[in-house]
Every structure is written in structure tokens, then in C-alpha cells.
Design a protein around this ligand. Structure first.
Ligand code: TYM
Length: 328
């Protein structure tokens, strides 16, 4: 069976961008692949995290995985820091990646720009991400658009390693959804929706209340044409809203366009809020039940055990291939 691995960093509250590009995909693919869904907490700390917040958010991301519909009986759900093979394989990958390759990563440039005291881990982050994926011999990795460059690097490192040391790693393919792989800010359709945007109305969080969701969507920028038409080139703001609608209903953009043909933006925005709320409310309820429960602890422990078994196997193979002395 083919395998997927993916994760969402616990470095900010989850927004509907992460839902569209990643979480909704995880839920969809869990039945078709053997699946590993992890919380990349080691990645989160490449930028300072308040310890109490990191702790809480790590649990929250895992709880959202379950609340969104990932079945922990079928898929391993775990915290990255609980499977030490990630850090170990991360080091092996750092020995393979070139400085120049890391230097070309656009995410590093964006995140480091204008900041002081940028950690070296933020720079080498893609090596750890490659390790995450290769440890599980993942065939596919569901991600949003912004992670594609990291996936390409992962493939390059796998190929380099295999040709230097012998066939060890599977080359993974990214899976990006046609709709929802790049959800943009509600205040500016040229910027990715992100929690780091200082304008609180620019993103919708998975935990937002119905009133807040309505308020944010009613303020979302549109254009002066007054037609609900899917056309990224000429109508990026409206196209973004149509994509959000599509993510939350699984309908095609054509169907949505036709439904609102000849109507202005008022009704469209109201009904967009309805469909977002209809999906998020039951998820929030399940989230509240699970986030502080011992059930979550059990799921995470069992997930880490299952993950460690797979990961340690590959770590051993890679370590032997590189020539490290290994005892039984
Ligand atoms: P992260 O935590 O920034 O984002 C998690 C996932 O959500 C997607 N995403 C979006 N998709 C559409 N529109 C948006 N506005 C949006 N914002 C975020 C991201 O593309 C991503 O798929 N490096 C990764 C975490 C990671 C990982 C991995 C992922 C670490 N190791 C191994 C896959 C496999 C990250 O920072 O994603």
C-alpha cells in the first residue's frame, strides 16, 4: 500500500488555509493510503515559541486532526518530538544538503527577512522536513502550494543519498489539491492567508465563532464588478472566496458560479459564511471534547509507537548504509 505523511506546525492557531491545503486533504486520503499524520513541534521551535503555548498548541493540532475526521485507528497521529528518529535522521540529511540549496528556499527568505537572531535551525529546516518524509518511505505528501519547493528538495536529497550509498529511500510525490492549495488573505488576495498577518480580519481560524466568521467574511475585500465569477487573473479576491466556498462544500467552482449568477456579493458572502460555519461548528465541538482528554494522550502514545517502528527501521537502514557501526 502507498503511504502518506504530512503535518501542520503548532506555531500559530490553525486557519482555514491549513485546512484547505492540508487538513481536509488528510481526511480525504486516509482511506486510500497508509497514513502518518504528525505535529511538527521540532519545526515550530525554529522560531521562538513560548513553552506553555507550544505545549497547548501541539495538543490542539493533534485534536484538530481527530476532530476533522482522521481516524486514529487507521492512521498514526503523533508528535514529532516523541519519535527521536526525526532528530537523528535530520542530522543525516543536514550532511547531504548543500548550503546553496538551503539558501534558495523562498520560505527561509520570507521568514528571516528583516529579523535579528534568526536561528540556524530555521535555515536547515528543510533537511529536517526531508527526514520526516523519508523516514516513513512516504510515496505521497499532501501539502499546500508553499511546501512544494521543500518537497522538491526532499526528492533531490533522496536521490543523492540513494546514488551515494545505495537504494535506501522512496522518492515522494507532493499531492496538492487543485482547489484550496493556496488560500489567500481576506484583505489582500496577493498574500497567502497566514496567522502572521497583523490584520486579524485577514484570516479565519478553525476556532472562530460563527459571529466572528460572519464579520470577517462580510469585510473581505471583493471588487467593483459585482459578479461572482471565478477568474484569478482579473478577480483574485472573489476567486479566493469561491475557492473557500468550494473547499467547504466540495462543489466545483462552476457550480458555485452558476448558483450566484446575476446576484451581487451580499448573498454570496452570507452563504459562504453559512457553509464555513456548518463545517466548523461540529469540528469545534469534537475538538473541545478531545483536546484535554486522556483519550488524546492514548492516541498520541500509540501513534508514536507505530511511527517509531517504521521510522527506526529506515533510520537503521540509512545509518548502516552510511557506515556507522550498528549493534543488534
Ligand atoms: P505549515 O505548518 O506552515 O502549514 C501546514 C500545511 O498547510 C498548508 N497551508 C496552506 N494551504 C493553503 N493555503 C494557505 N493559506 C496555507 N497555509 C498553510 C501548507 O502548505 C502545509 O501543507 N514545513 C511544513 C510542516 C512540515 C511538513 C513536514 C509537512 C514539516 N515536516 C513533512 C509535510 C511533510 C509547514 O511549515 O507547514
Amino acid at each position: 500500500m502507498q503511504r502518506i505523511l504530512s503535518g501542520i506546525k503548532p506555531s500559530g492557531d490553525l486557519n482555514i488555509g491549513g485546512y484547505g491545503g492540508a487538513l481536509s486533504q488528510f481526511v480525504k486520503y486516509q482511506h486510500e493510503y497508509e497514513s502518518f499524520f504528525f505535529v511538527p513541534d521540532l519545526h515550530a521551535v525554529t522560531v521562538y515559541q513560548d513553552p506553555a503555548e507550544l505545549h497547548q498548541r501541539s495538543r490542539e493540532i493533534a485534536a484538530y486532526y481527530i476532530a476533522a475526521g482522521i481516524d486514529p485507528q487507521k492512521s498514526a497521529i503523533f508528535l514529532q518530538s516523541q519519535v527521536s528518529a526525526h532528530a537523528q535522521m535530520g542530522w543525516l540529511m543536514e550532511t547531504q544538503v548543500h548550503f546553496g540549496e538551503l539558501n534558495r528556499m523562498t520560505q527561509f527568505k520570507e521568514k528571516a527577512e528583516g529579523k535579528e537572531g534568526v536561528s540556524s535551525a530555521l535555515f536547515t529546516y528543510p533537511a529536517l522536513m526531508a527526514a520526516d518524509i523519508l523516514l516513513y518511505q512516504a510515496t505521497h505528501v499532501p501539502v499546500g502550494d508553499d511546501q512544494k519547493q521543500h518537497l522538491e528538495m526532499t526528492r533531490d536529497l533522496a536521490e543523492r543519498f540513494n546514488s551515494r550509498y545505495g537504494q535506501t529511500f522512496t522518492l515522494p510525490e507532493p499531492i496538492t489539491p487543485e482547489i484550496g492549495s493556496r488560500i489567500m488573505s481576506l484583505d489582500d488576495p496577493s498574500r497567502k492567508m497566514s496567522k502572521s498577518n497583523p490584520n486579524l480580519n485577514s484570516y479565519i481560524l478553525l476556532q472562530d465563532s460563527p459571529e466572528i466568521i460572519r464579520k470577517k467574511l462580510s469585510r473581505a475585500v471583493t471588487d467593483s464588478e459585482g459578479m461572482v465569477r471565478y477568474d484569478w487573473e482579473h478577480k483574485p479576491a472573489v476567486s479566493n472566496l469561491i475557492e473557500i466556498y468550494a473547499v467547504f462544500t466540495d462543489e466545483s467552482t462552476d457550480v458555485i458560479e452558476q448558483r450566484y449568477a446575476g446576484q451581487g456579493y451580499g448573498m454570496f458572502k452570507q452563504e459562504l459564511a453559512d457553509v464555513v460555519i456548518a463545517k466548523l461548528e461540529p469540528m469545534q465541538q469534537r475538538f473541545r471534547e478531545i483536546v484535554g482528554s486522556s483519550e488524546l494522550d492514548i492516541i498520541l502514545r500509540q501513534g508514536a509507537e507505530k511511527a517509531a517502528a517504521a521510522a527506526n527501521n529506515t533510520l537503521r537502514k540509512a545509518s548502516e548504509a552510511m557506515g556507522f557501526v550498528m549493534f543488534e
